[in-house]
Design a protein around this ligand. Sequence first.
Ligand code: DNO
Length: 393
Amino acid sequence: MEKTWRWFGKRDNITLAMLRQIGVEGIVTALHDVPNGEVWTYDAVMDLKRLIEGAGLRWSVVESLPVCEAVKYAGADRDALIGNYILSLENLGKAGVKTVCYNFMPVIDWVRTDLQHPWADGSSSLYFDRTRFAYFDCRILRREGAEKDYDADMLAAVDALDKTITDTEKKSLIENIIVKTQGFVNGNITENDRDPVSIFRALLAQYAGIGRDALRENMKYFLSAVMPVCERYGINLCVHPDDPPFPLFGLPRIVTCDEDIDWFLHAVDNPHNGLTFCAGSLSAGIHNDVPQLARKYASRTHFVHLRSTNVLPNGDFIEASHLEGRAHLVDLVRIFEKERPDVPMRVDHGRLMLGDKPEEYNAGYSFHGRMFALAQVEGIMAVVRDELQNNLI
Ligand code: DNO
């Protein structure tokens, strides 16, 4: 696999020169300053590409070229927005950037409740607390009908939490769930927004009446429209699985499991329509056997995210060490090194450790934590390459 790293552009305080020193080969990035829905011009793409190449690296993957909400809920302007998406793909294709990641999650990209869950060793990682999430949904967002999505035990836990939760904790739930995890990935809410909860309510309302089947149809419509340009330029488009891979806020989620992946790959059965194999996201669903999914879908995987989680007995999940947890990265490296030796891979998320904290990196995207994880993954890769050379696997 090609060793890549998610870099957030010129404003990232992790520089391209630093990345070269730690053995990164390819860059994963986006035109983060272009508002969603606008065209990525050829010139802007080339400027960024030259900057990356000037540092002795290559631009391997776009993460993400965001799909606008109106495409997902089939709003009146969806064809115009898809038209712009096609132009952006065309410009990327002309510039030779040919792996493009996106997601099809309504309203909210990835979700966590705690961005600094402490570990006993003094580092911290991301965490999803089911009770706190339900608390946000029922008591802070006050989504109509939210209670129906939770069982009696969970509602009792929400009541109990209401007696102890502080205002500061409530504020950080808002920040963590809908602000800090969203803005930097070109999500719907940024740190400058004054009333994120109201914005979020309005966004959710756009999906009233849109269930799983309608969302699937809209994804199929989008994929059918963009596949010709992908074919023309040899672009591999790869959807990121829903993170976490289960429904939230009453919204449908359609890239969560084996059946979903099988559905979208067949809905538009074209080799350019593929998957971003995000091991961490898939592993947070107790229904997923991650190595089995990798074996089944390696041939349609165009980009790999390596990270792992542990699902706890109460249903919470924690981002685990890259050597442990439900994703079984050793098995995944064996599968992808064998089946897809050239596929770009990035280490996904890292703990906050060794002085990362004051740097205020984007949630999950620490420097030392990711560098540590990359070194672990490189170690696995070295062993696996040796196994392959000696015909041991
Ligand atoms: C979070 C990321 C996601 C991902 C997008 C891809 O850390 O994995 O934000 O980049 O969903 O479209």
